[in-house]
Write a protein that binds this ligand. Structure first.
Ligand code: BEZ
Length: 390
């Protein structure tokens, strides 16, 4: 009997996937890790901190994960979604990496996640919070060491409602991270009886805030929730204070608004309240050791991005250890990455079935150059993973 055309196509597809998988499945020699991060533009400092954190953990393991040497390949993604697919293919197809690590910008990460799924490549996300990646796009191959955009936003909404905020405004860049972060805030606030009267936005990575600040002054909300990060967060917090708004309308945000930015923001950020899964002064042996080692290695203070890079390496290390360093044991490896309890500088956390951290979100207050712990805003917060089917 002759095979049907459909059967032949299915066999060819299976062969192609096995060939591409076996190219990644060596059990000896260095593991090739592709770091796709922003090394230029408004998120450059975030990319560098992630790489530093990742490499710090690997160095602490004697330069190996799962008993295997590590070889790095790097691409600057420029936080540019339109170049995301080409950039990730440089790592997957040109450099033939075993594991992708990246990135910061949600729009770029969505392109990475699609390529990782299409090519059956492991992906560890050390920042970008795009809800869909651990929602409708979830995959056993993809694990995040950071947060979903919904998580810190929702927690800040809960806190704002507890503080009696009834009418709030939001302001952000109009891309996935800003939209999802402000949506999370709105959900938390509404649950506590408040509401968002207006959402303001501008294109990423724009910093022309004046007209929007004038509108905030005119509307006089009880509070403003802002999602900005990196260079844009520095400029926004300074402009908000320069306009005198911080004297009458509290400025809240996810911790990205004041993380890794405080030296540049100076007086304008003092006493600001934000929510995040890390605080600089967590007085635990793990955080103290991490901060000391990071400062020694890089002559700089770590921030949340460095923590997420460090934990990305820890999660990958747990998977590789379980698989005895054999990338061919993909199921063992990804199962261990999902089951690990991560001993993080932020505190211990677990990974949800969808691949996102289940973690405490802290309320922090800016004092000097630190985001200081004030309380746990929401305990063991798990992203709803809307649309995830595994
Ligand atoms: C994001 O695009 O997901 C993102 C970027 C910077 C900080 C936090 C989230």
């Amino acid at each position: 009997m002759r095979p049907t055309r459909t059967a032949l196509c299915a066999a060819a597809a299976l062969l192609a996937s096995l060939t591409s998988f076996s190219a990644h499945a060596q059990a000896s020699g260095p593991i090739k890790i592709g770091l796709m991060l922003p090394y230029s533009g408004t998120y450059a400092a975030l990319g560098n901190a992630i790489e530093n954190g990742f490499k710090l953990y690997v160095q602490e393991q004697g330069g190996k994960l799962g008993g295997r040497e590590i070889q790095y390949f790097k691409v600057d993604d420029e936080s540019e979604p339109s170049k995301g697919t080409d950039n990730v293919n440089k790592l997957i197809k040109r450099d033939n990496v075993d594991v992708l690590v990246g990135t910061v910008h949600s729009g770029v990460a969505l392109a990475m996640a699609k390529a990782a799924k299409d090519n059956n490549t492991l992906l560890v996300i050390p920042n970008a919070g795009a809800d869909a990646i651990t929602g409708a796009m979830c995959s056993a191959n993809i694990v995040r060491s950071s947060f979903s955009n919904w998580q810190p936003g929702y927690a800040m909404g809960v806190v704002a409602a507890q503080k009696g905020v009834k009418r709030a405004m939001t302001i952000t860049w109009n891309y996935a991270a800003g939209a999802e972060s402000t949506k999370g805030f709105t959900e938390g606030l509404e649950k506590g009886g408040g509401k968002v009267i207006k959402d303001l936005n501008l294109p990423f990575p724009g910093v022309e805030f004046q007209a929007l600040l004038t509108e905030i002054a005119a509307q006089k909300p009880d509070a403003v929730y802002a999602f900005f990060a990196g260079g844009g967060a520095v400029k926004f917090v300074k402009d908000y204070a320069a306009a005198g708004l911080n004297k009458t309308i509290p400025l809240y945000g996810p911790g990205f608004l004041t993380d890794g930015t405080l030296e540049a923001q100076g007086a304008s950020a003092q006493n600001m309240l934000t929510t995040l899964h890390y605080a600089d002064d967590l007085n635990t042996p793990k955080n103290n050791a991490f901060r000391k080692a990071y400062a020694l290695a890089y002559k700089a203070q770590p921030d949340v991005y460095a923590v997420q890079g460090y934990d990305a390496a820890q999660i990958l290390g747990a998977g590789l250890k379980a698989a005895g360093g054999d990338l061919g044991k993909r199921d063992v490896l990804t199962a261990a990455m999902h089951k690990t309890v991560v001993d993080s500088p932020r505190g211990k956390f677990t990974i949800s079935p969808a691949g996102n951290p289940v973690q405490d979100i802290y309320l922090r207050e800016v004092k000097g150059n630190n985001n200081e712990f004030r309380s746990i805003a929401v305990k063991s917060l798990s992203d709803p993973a809307r649309g995830c089917k595994l």
